[in-house]
Design a protein around this ligand. Sequence first.
Ligand code: FAD
Ligand code: NAI
Length: 475
Amino acid sequence: MSKQFDVVVIGGGPGGYIAAIRAAQLGFQVACIDEWKNAAGGPAPGGTCTNVGCIPSKALLQSSEHFEHANHHFAEHGITAKDVKMDVAKMIARKDNVVKQNNDGILYLFKKNKVTFFHGRGSFAGKAEGGYTINVAGKTEEAITAKQVIIATGSNARALPGTPFDEVNVLSNDGALRVGAVPKKLALIGSGVIGLEMGSVWRRLGADVTILEGLPTFLGAVDEQIAKEAKKAFDKQGLKIELGVKVGEIVNGKKGVTVNYTNAKGEAIVLDADKLIVSIGRVPNTIGLNAEAIGLAVDERGAIVVDGDCKTNVPGVWAVGDVVRGPMLAHKAEEEGVAVAERIAGQHGHVNFNTIPWVIYTSPEIAWVGRTEQQLKADGVAYKAGTFPFLANGRARALGDTTGMVKFLADATTDEILGVHMVGPQVSELISEAVVAMEFKASAEDIARICHAHPSLSEATKEAALAVDKRTLNF
Ligand code: FAD
Ligand code: NAI
């Protein structure tokens, strides 16, 4: 007799584990199945985000930023730091420990919320009376059944055709986060989010970094003015970004990787590198799920087909996060997980796709919410823009980082905030104010009238809101 649950969640990443916790809070008997293994073969819930994504990348970004500061910025503060060295093994061990703390934290949360955790691969066996049977293949095999199933199986890195990841020379995000020594020459393909974050880590540590991007525009999804400002800063740091390239043959040899490509001028270039990181997007993951057993619809990209409420074509089966349409972001996955658990409970869970923030954790950081100036133009919306540079912000000067700006876009008639775009120090934190404002349909004037602590970077947000009405006070 298989164990019966009200809700079974397949996948313990941010979409899955949060859905499981919320469902348990709502009074359901919940199981969560996740197959990720740590180095010892034990459970490591948290998915891509915790194990090879958000968390470890931010740990390495932090370590490498400290190194960069010690080498290049301490002197401005009168601090002498000689012979600054980076122990890469220690940095990676620290990152692994940060990951482990998060894995353990999730296991604790499962216990606290009475979610039954299964370590292994979940696959559909078929329909059962009043629900579905799911086989769990871990150290042992067992079958569990549930009326409601939430699929949160995430995504995997996309490889270039003909160039598989060996995680030694040709690295996905996984290998990029555990390189054992600083490569002399590092090549990356794709100057999206991972390309910029990982490129920044290894450049700060001393690698000669070249990022090859297929598109002619830099960060096409970002507001053009912000992307231009960010590119200027990356150029200054020595991060070489080549746009409009066509990648040709890649040879993975004994000594490293050779990338043949054609640059924007049509010239044939041969780039030798010790390591190559391929960061050209991710593909939804349904490997081993046996989706066919229940007739689950999957689209041509491999994503599970869902409606606006994350319902699949199979009654009682839902899907959230990277495995479905929409941005591949941890917080988007979490919001969908909560909303689905609430819908199962008969509540009105809701995800506002218009107010999902984006952050790129480079230095300067890039963050935005809502529409860009180019989108508003394309949509024919009449808007007002206001910008404020960190150069005129007292806290930024005291920090010693005045790169970038905050930019507001507001409706020309109603003054409602339509988009907020930032590049500069700690904008990953500043963007939340803009998200709250947009969620409450605030006007630019609302933000301009709110008291912001002095001196703080958040004053740049207030000033940019004032700039919409052409009345900045400090610029
Ligand atoms: P995942 O996190 O991929 O989790 C899916 C889980 O399901 C995995 O543990 C997998 O092992 C398990 N699984 C799959 N199939 C089965 C099965 N059949 N049975 C059992 N278990 C299964 N997003 C941000 O918002 N901010 C960031 O800073 C950020 N940084 C990133 C950095 C990198 C390098 C990468 C690669 C991604 C980053 N992301 C970031 C994206 C983020 O990691 C994903 O959007 C997020 O993890 C998606 O969550 P998910 O729950 O849908 O899937
Ligand atoms: P991405 O979609 O951000 O960027 C991929 C880039 O590769 C694009 O600029 C694309 O034009 C380029 N590209 C694609 N094919 C190419 C080719 N053949 N040759 C040259 N260039 C090519 O994808 P990335 O960086 O792999 O990250 C995957 C996803 O993970 C992101 O979209 C994001 O959702 C998530 N992520 C989020 C982070 C964050 O929130 N801070 C950090 C890292 C990842």
